[in-house]
Design a protein around this ligand. Sequence first.
Ligand SMILES: NC(=O)c1ccc[n+]([C@@H]2O[C@H](COP(=O)([O-])OP(=O)(O)OC[C@H]3O[C@@H](n4cnc5c(N)ncnc54)[C@H](O)[C@@H]3O)[C@@H](O)[C@H]2O)c1
Length: 350
Amino acid sequence: MNGKKNIAIVGFGGMGRWHAHMIRRREVCDLIGVYDIRKECMEYAEHKGINTYSSFEEVLADRRVDVVVIATENDMHKPLAIAAMDHGHNVVTEKPVTVSSADLEEMIAASKRNGVIFTTHQNRRWDGDFLSVKKVIADGALGPVFNIESRVHGSRGIPGDWRGKKEHGGGMMLDWGVHLLDQIVNALLPDRKIESVYATMDHVTNAEVDDGFHMIMMLEGGVRVCVEVGTSNFIELPRWYVQGENGTLSTPWDLTQGKIVRCTNWEEKDVVPIKTAAGITKTMAPRTDDTIKEFPIPLIDSDVHDFYRNLVDALDGKANQIVTHEQLLKVMKLMETAFESDRTGSVIRF
Ligand SMILES: NC(=O)c1ccc[n+]([C@@H]2O[C@H](COP(=O)([O-])OP(=O)(O)OC[C@H]3O[C@@H](n4cnc5c(N)ncnc54)[C@H](O)[C@@H]3O)[C@@H](O)[C@H]2O)c1
């Protein structure tokens, strides 16, 4: 089986097309065909010169297929993945892997009983902004870190497609939350125990599913993490805001617009107070320039296709899969805990 792998994509909408584009551009896989229940998606594939299957059963029966990539709505990942695994195929699902940890346990069991690889496309572990923040923290550039805020803010409400419907696994926690949580608990601070979770969900544009949320996790060692997704933010907050004992990082998506400010001298002589409505304050006054220094955020090159390179190596027995079942379960349970916290209005021990 060593060498290039044949990939079939099931679900040829936005993300299915992204996978097709990536697979065709890179060296480790071949796109053997695609299948979608929508006729217009099949016509689009044919127009692009991509082989199409006439049914999912035809994908299952094709023994040339090494990996089935599932890029359908979230609620369909589980049945399609289990069927593919039960036919001996390796499987990559899009994120979120599925809509509950109970579903995920069934998928993991299918992978084990069939001896096939099953993983999920957590592609945002390769995002440049994430990798840069990770490096800044790991290098100790801010000193011991005690607060990490990771947020994405939009202003168009939840999309009007299946993402707004509970039956399809909609909602912003499953859509964006899964990425942000995976980054923090599986790649940034994977060894820190999560001690507690408190979350509230937003329903500004949609009553059925969350169109945003705010979540606080306390990690072992006193690190507080705030993860937030918003879709009604007409003024957005920074993508990342990280505080260490010696410095602060703040940046939008574009890291060239962000900065690190480090304290170079804790003692200050001539603090100029600022005026507030009720008087002046020195405590909240900005620091004088001679006691701080600004640094740019280091930019990191990354290639999201490393996901596929790792997949191929894992299939060839040369590497462990990067996105593991344990990691997927951890995030799925974390999201369920966040929903429970919202429902009960309580802080939950994790
Ligand atoms: N990793 C990422 O960055 C990222 C980005 C966007 C979407 N996604 C994920 O990708 C998946 C698809 O999202 P999208 O934006 O492409 O949605 P989409 O609506 O554009 O595409 C989904 C496609 O699946 C097809 N489909 C549904 N049921 C099917 C079935 N039984 N067999 C075959 N095809 C079927 C639909 O007809 C549709 O064309 C979701 O799980 C989403 O969360 C991931």
